[in-house]
Design a protein around this ligand. Structure first.
Ligand code: SF4
Length: 378
């Protein structure tokens, strides 16, 4: 398949690995930001093929994983109400709230529907004017533009029974928070290519300069990852710290102007809580004043719901790259994809799910207290 097979070519992968080996003189720790990249790395064993001493730390870039428990609880509360059609992408249905998940709400009679686009939810609203239709709008800069466009359309078409439960987050403030953490070991970043295809790379040079870290915009196929690692290591070996675009087939420096304009119209930047991490300043979006009437949190008065994260789940440390999934005592025992304790085990992009899916049989059984002491980001 075009743009897939050629980026999985074993011979080219060997050449890139040889190149990385030839330029590496000392250990380096790189963070791949996106959960999709983590899955490629673990699935193809890329971390095991790299020269010894090059560590890939798995970052927080899984949209389902970073959605706070209390937002899930708000979704459950709204979805349980009579007269509500609650629409979501399928991966959110199994994410546990503090007591149940959206599947359970559906089993109990709630009208919970899986849709493939927020526009599907808007169409449901248009056809059912007697219902309140809510779309669960989570994720990074990649999913925010279509959600913004849906709200824009709802206003333009006069569909008042549609609303958005918003929990959108932004990558650059998370990188800032990771770099400020006293426990941070990250020396270079593989930035998420799809995020940059929307946002461009304008926010990254300042981060690279301030924290003296190379940032390489990287794609999602095995050769993309290897090329991202190669460029980051080359910079580190040379003592450089600039932004490079290794995903030029999808990313333009200025991003996608139409998407950026839509985001600027519908959303405004706000502080956001990240699951297991806490509040990161300016790290998210909410609906702007003009579109506030489409805010489900406001419409259903669920802002007051607050929830504590379960103490046994260490996904916050996993999401900050401070802990590998198998170092969590619950990994593969109390916590499995069938009975997940945290979102990083549920989500198809979650690091815990990746380790369970591709590597659990190779790993030593987790030992209680095996994980190192760490200092959280915030
Ligand atoms: S293995 Fe389960 S309990 Fe442990 S951090 Fe991952 S999701 Fe949380």
């Amino acid at each position: 398949m075009k743009y897939l097979e050629e980026f999985r070519d074993p011979q080219l992968a060997r050449r890139l690995l040889d190149d990385i080996r030839s330029i590496t003189t000392r250990p380096w720790a790189l963070m791949e930001v996106c959960g999709g990249q983590t899955h490629t790395i673990i699935r193809h064993g890329i971390d095991q093929l790299l020269p010894e001493g090059i560590e890939l730390i798995h970052g927080p870039g899984c949209p389902v994983c970073v959605t706070p428990l209390e937002v899930i609880d708000k979704a459950l509360e709204i979805a349980s109400r009579p007269g509500v059609v609650f629409c979501s992408f399928g991966d959110m249905l199994r994410v546990p709230g503090s007591g149940r998940d959206l599947f359970r709400v559906r089993g109990e009679g709630g009208d919970v529907r899986v849709v493939y686009s927020p526009l599907d939810a808007l169409e449901i609203a248009r056809r059912n004017p007697d219902k309140e239709v809510v779309f669960f709008g989570i994720g990074f800069e990649t999913t925010a533009p279509p959600n913004a466009m849906t709200v824009y359309q709802a206003e333009r078409l006069g569909i008042p029974n549609f609303s958005l439960l918003v929990s959108h987050v932004r990558v650059p403030p998370a990188i800032e928070a990771i770099m400020r953490s006293p426990s941070c070991r990250v020396q270079g970043f593989l930035a998420a290519g799809h995020v940059c295809s929307v946002m461009g790379v304008q926010e990254y040079p300042e981060l690279a300069e301030r924290h003296r870290v190379p940032i390489v915009v990287t794609g999602f196929e095995p050769l993309d990852i290897l090329e991202g690692v190669r460029r980051a290591v080359r910079q580190l070996e040379r003592g450089e710290h600039v932004v490079e675009n290794a995903y030029a087939r999808a990313v333009r420096p200025e991003g996608n102007p139409a998407a950026l304009a839509m985001l600027a119209d519908v959303f405004e930047v706000t502080d956001r809580a990240w699951r297991g991490i806490g509040v990161i300043p300016d790290s998210g979006w909410r609906l702007s004043e003009r579109y506030r009437e489409f805010d489900a949190e406001h419409r259903f008065s669920v802002s007051g719901i607050t929830t504590r994260e379960p103490v046994e789940c260490r996904s916050g440390e996993v999401l900050q790259g401070l802990l590998k999934p198998h170092e969590c005592a619950a990994f593969g025992t109390l916590c499995t994809p069938r009975n997940p304790l945290g979102a990083t085990m549920v989500s198809s992009e979650g690091a815990c799910a990746a380790y369970y899916l591709y590597r659990r049989l190779d790993l030593a059984p987790p030992r209680s207290g095996a994980a190192p002491e760490v200092t959280p980001v915030v």
